[in-house]
Design a protein around this ligand. Sequence first.
Ligand SMILES: [Zn+2]
Length: 87
Amino acid sequence: MSDQIVFGAECTWWGTSAEAPDGVCPQCGGQLNTLPGETAWLARAQQIAAESVGLPVDYVELVGWLRDRCLPSLDAAVTAYQQEVGP
Ligand SMILES: [Zn+2]
């Protein structure tokens, strides 16, 4: 059985439930949502990618990069990703 995936309701942080033992984002203390595992997490990312027409980066790659990174919004995440990884 794989670990549950938890992700910020109001920030971009995500990881396994074991990485957020307090049930909140370990970086900002924000609320987390839960998915049953990495398969569901990837399916969600792919669905959002399909819906994110006009997003300047590949959403699935962005999400992979966002692991354990707490940013306040998708816009902030895209900006930080482009600064570090490139467009
Ligand atoms: Zn956070």
